[in-house]
Design a protein around this ligand. Structure first.
Ligand SMILES: [Zn+2]
Length: 380
């Protein structure tokens, strides 16, 4: 039996057949609310130890296109164990121009799950927070369209005096799990006994909305350009999404309680794009906002020796299906007295050569928190 996973599941099963001693499972990513698909997360059971060949069809129409499909490394999990990257995929070009991506799971298990990248859903967040105990205060700031409580965290500390403030968020695009893994690293690091973590904990007031499109995260929607309105284009003066409305009100509370301030929004790029980078405010935006973003990119570059420094700042010129200036970053700048918001894109695949692991993503999170702390301390 093959079907989308119960939590964050996605995948249209096209064919299940025996191929010698193996199973061959052909599937495609479901677009759900997005015009263009990418995310998938399927489970196959009743395998009785047989190897599985997954055939991912229409991968070439997913966000990222037909190039570099051979660089993709989906993840597999056998019998509910740890997720691991596949060693390699093979890309097959069909006579009519379509491309298939094949990857294999060796036999030996009864159930196998396959996903585009390491899944991270609400139970993963709950497990991390349970592990970290009282380090983070958890509250509800609103309710999603489907009736789920929208969580916001705040670093537990004495709130009687105003500190420099950092507001973090992830999953405006619900399938972009690298943002959540980096955030997981930040949550763990700031709760740790590391000396620099303790210093940051003393210095900063940190607020976190870990899953903006929580419905999309749980449902397994990819969520980029989600219809009827992309979450990161819904930051109109009158917001177009319930979570955005709730977070806008929360950001105003954050604004009243912190000085200076920085907002960091964590994302994932196209399917094969490597590295990490800051998506700079568009050319139409105020020069000071663009300079603040470039400065953050420089801070992150200094902590990322694997990559050329100039690659950490990306100009934003791509077409948008909605008002391209109705982003979180524009709203924060325009509404919160020139507060900087930086958008950090984190690869689904790798920094340079080696595929990223959950621990690698957590390390990226630690770099983001150090960059944010440095940026804020220069203004405190
Ligand atoms: Zn995104």
């Amino acid at each position: 039996m093959v079907r989308p996973a119960e939590i964050s599941g996605n995948g249209c099963v096209l064919a299940v057949e025996r191929a010698g001693k193996s199973w061959r499972i052909a599937f495609a990513s479901e677009p759900r609310t997005s015009p263009q698909p990418l995310w998938f997360h399927l489970e196959a059971s009743g395998l009785h130890g047989a190897p599985v060949e997954f055939v991912w069809e229409h991968a070439d129409i997913c966000l990222g296109g037909a190039s570099e499909l051979d660089r993709l490394r989906p993840v597999l999990r056998a019998d509910g164990g740890e997720w691991t990257r596949v060693d390699a995929v093979t890309v097959e070009l069909l006579e009519d121009g379509r491309r298939l991506v094949r990857f294999r799971c060796p036999g030996g298990s009864d159930a196998v799950a396959a996903a585009f990248c390491y899944p991270y859903s609400l139970p993963d967040l709950d497990a991390t927070l349970a592990e970290l105990g009282a380090a983070w205060e958890r509250c509800t700031i609103g309710v999603t369209h489907e009736g789920r409580p929208l969580t916001r965290l705040r670093l537990a500390q004495d709130h009687s005096e105003a500190r420099p403030g950092l507001y973090l968020m992830a999953r405006q695009h619900s399938g972009e799990t690298p943002g959540s893994w980096a955030l997981d690293g930040i949550l763990r690091y700031l709760a740790s006994d590391a000396e620099r973590a303790r210093a940051i904990r003393e210095a900063l007031d940190v607020w976190v909305c870990p899953m903006v499109d929580l419905d999309g995260v749980v449902n397994g929607d990819y969520g980029k350009d989600a219809l009827p309105w992309d979450y990161n284009r819904a930051w109109e003066r009158l917001p177009m999404r319930a979570s955005v409305h709730a977070i806008q009100r929360d950001l105003l509370r954050f604004h009243e309680r912190t000085r200076p301030r920085l907002v960091v929004d964590l994302h994932g790029p196209g399917h094969s794009t490597p590295g990490i980078y800051v998506q700079l405010p568009r050319a139409e935006r105020p020069e000071q906002q663009r300079l603040g973003g470039l400065e953050f990119a420089g801070d992150l570059a200094a902590l990322t020796p694997e990559l050329p420094a100039a690659s950490l700042g990306h100009e934003t010129t791509y077409a948008s299906r909605w008002n391209m200036l109705s982003t979180l970053g524009s709203w924060v700048w325009d509404t919160m007295e020139g507060t900087q918001c930086v958008t950090v894109e984190i690869s689904y695949q790798r920094l340079v050569a080696e595929p990223l692991t959950p621990e690698g993503y957590r390390e990226i999170g630690r770099r983001v928190i150090h960059a944010a702390n440095g940026w804020l301390m220069r203004r405190a």
